[in-house]
Structure formats: C-alpha cells, structure tokens
Design a protein around this ligand. Structure first.
Ligand code: KG4
Ligand code: ZN
Length: 336
C-alpha cells in the first residue's frame, strides 16, 4: 500500500510517500524563510508560501519515491490542529488529487502524526508506552495504550515547551526558531549558572507550566545591562534549557511509574533537543526503562509522519469525504 502524505499545518510545506505504513520512500520538506525577519510565523505569509510550494513539493516527493499519482492507494493530509489558512492549502491539494484520481482520502491529526514518526523510525516499538509530545504548539504527556488510543495524562497550562524556547530565544536575541538556537548557544554555557524555577502544578502534578520560567529569565535580563548579556548569554541559555528538560523528563518518568509502563517515547520538534534525549536516556536506563525517539528529520514537522498515521487508518478502512475541512483546534485523545 502506497500512501502520499501532505503536511502544511504551520510553516513547513511537506510531502512524502510511505509504503506498507512504515517504509519511507521519500521525505520532502520546504521550510519557509519568509518568517525569519519577523522572528516568528506570520500566518498570512505562510498560507501564500504554501500555495507557491505545494505542487512542486508533491511532485518532488513522487519523483524521489519513483512513483506516479497512478500508483497511489491513498492520500493522507493534516486536517488540524494548525493555522487555518495553511491547513486549507494542503487539504485542497489532497482533495483535488483524490477526486481527480479516485483515490481514498484521509484527514490526519497532526499530533498523531508526531507519534507515528516513532513507528517509522523504530519498527520494534509497540504500545503501551508513555509519549512526551513536545512541539511549538503542544506539550502533552499521554498514555498510548495502542495505536489510535490516547489518554492525556498531563499537558501545559500555559506555553508549549517549544514556544517557551522560541520566546526565551527572542529575549536572548537569538534567531528563530528558538529551540535549535538555544541548544547551540547552551553548548558553551554553564547549566548551573542560575537555578531557574520548575513550576509544580498543584491541580495535576503531571501538567506543565513554563510561563514562570520565562518570566524568571526576563527578570534576570532586566536587572542587567547588555554587556552582561553578551558575557552570559550562553549561561542563561544553558540554565533555561536545563530547567525545561528536567521538568519534561521528571514528569515523563513519573507518568511511566504511576502507570506501570516501562517504555517512553519522545515526539515533536522539541524531541530533537540533544540535552532532552541525553537526560531521557540517563533517567530511563537507571530504571530499566526503554526510550525511543525519531531521527532529527522526523521530529520536526514532516509529511512522512502524516503518511504513516494515514496509512494505518486507511488500512483500517477509515476514509474522509470531500467535506473534509481544516480544524485549527482539533483535539486528540481523552483526558483522564
Ligand atoms: O513539531 P514542530 O516542528 O512544529 C509544531 O508542531 O509546533 O516543533 C517546532 C518547535 C519550535 O518551537 C522549535 O523551537 C522547537 O520545536 N525545536 C526545538 C529544537 N528543535 C526544534 N526545541 C528545543 N531544542 C531543539 N533542538
Ligand atoms: Zn508539529
């Protein structure tokens, strides 16, 4: 079964072809550079850039997989959550191809895609597992009982982890996206330079909160001058990264222990963070747990993950019809 995946939920125009749910035949990602000078994604510019890029990107994904539209058994497209104008470009392209060729169409949840990136990368991975899904828009801790069965154990009360990286990078005058910039800057910094607060959420200890951390960084910066920032930018970046990573890993381990699960999976853009991977490896190995994460290219937004999740659901007989619409706040899973 050959499935074309299309992903346009934010500022990446991506298309990919997957065979038999887990074999990646192509993975094309066009990152939009229009947003760089604004220090964040501008929705209007993103939608316009998707329009320009979508057909060449789809064609390249077919060419690299050495297939044509006639060979496809299905099309999977991100239908939410995301920016409505961006989502609609991918959905319209997917619908047009599906209608013109008479191929089954399926709308895929972007976050389910991030989870499925792990099945592509780690064929031995099998539920149940605890998934820490951390991206620019989401920070969720979930119990994946089986493919398609997601129980939300915790989520952020304010900023997503990636959003916190992006905002603090801006404060430190580091380029967008903030995650990779802070990671790079942190390489030469002292993670113990300042002990930043890791917020505990009273109502649910597995929920995250990153806004206090962001305010703490701002307070430090406001009490010093620019020369101090130049001298200590790397130290602040390292201390901030350490605080976020410790909060993420400690809650993920707590979720695994509370649910008697010994497999942990990292997903989403922030899962590419080197320190997060390292601490997750350390903390799982001392407890005899296993940890999985995708390679860097499949952590951040891509269409392989959408094709993989779509292929699984298409194989189960699920279909979308031509009323498929963009749902910017589409939900995944049930909250415990
Ligand atoms: O999953 P993703 O590509 O898009 C969303 O669905 O949001 O995640 C993007 C987020 C951005 O906030 C970016 O700063 C963050 O992932 N990110 C990282 C790293 N690489 C990307 N955060 C920390 N460390 C990284 N190495
Ligand atoms: Zn994403």
């Amino acid at each position: 079964m050959l499935v074309l995946g299309i992903e346009t939920s934010c500022d990446e125009t991506a298309a990919a072809v997957v065979r038999r749910q887990t074999e990646m035949l192509s993975n094309v990602i066009a990152s939009q550079c229009e947003h760089l000078r604004y220090g964040g994604v501008v929705p209007e510019l993103a939608a316009r850039a998707h329009i320009k890029l979508i057909l060449p990107v789809i064609q390249q994904a077919l060419d690299e997989a050495d297939v044509t539209l006639d060979d496809l058994d299905g099309i999977a497209v991100t239908s939410g959550p995301g920016l409505v104008g961006s989502l609609l470009v991918g959905i319209s392209a997917a619908k047009s191809i599906a209608l013109a060729r008479g191929i089954p169409l399926l709308g895929v949840h972007h976050l389910e895609g991030h989870i499925f990136a792990n099945f592509i990368a780690n064929p031995e991975l099998a539920p149940p597992f605890i998934c820490l899904l951390v991206s620019g828009g989401h920070s969720e801790l979930m119990l994946v009982r089986e493919k398609g069965d997601y129980q939300i154990l915790g989520r952020t009360c304010d900023d997503a982890a990636g959003e916190a990286f992006d905002k603090v990078a801006k404060m430190l005058e580091l380029p967008y996206p903030g995650g990779p910039s802070i990671q790079k800057e942190a390489e030469t910094g002292d993670p113990r330079f300042v002990d930043l607060p890791i917020a505990q959420v009273k109502k649910n200890p597995l929920d995250f909160s990153f806004s206090g951390l962001k305010t703490a960084v701002l307070t430090i910066l406001e009490s010093h001058d620019r020369d101090w920032l130049t001298d200590h930018r790397a130290d602040i970046a390292a201390s901030f990264q350490e605080a976020v990573v410790r909060a993420l890993v400690s809650k993920t381990i707590a979720a695994a222990e509370a649910n008697h699960i010994d497999t942990i999976v990292l997903a989403g853009g922030v899962a590419s963070n080197r320190r997060l991977r390292e601490l997750a490896r350390q903390e799982t190995s001392v407890r005899g747990m296993a940890v999985f994460y995708p390679p860097l290219k499949l952590c951040t937004d891509n269409a392989v993950m959408i094709a993989a999740a779509g292929a699984y659901r298409l194989a189960n007989g699920e279909r979308s019809d031509m009323t498929l619409n963009a749902i910017p706040t589409l939900k995944l899973g049930t909250r415990s």
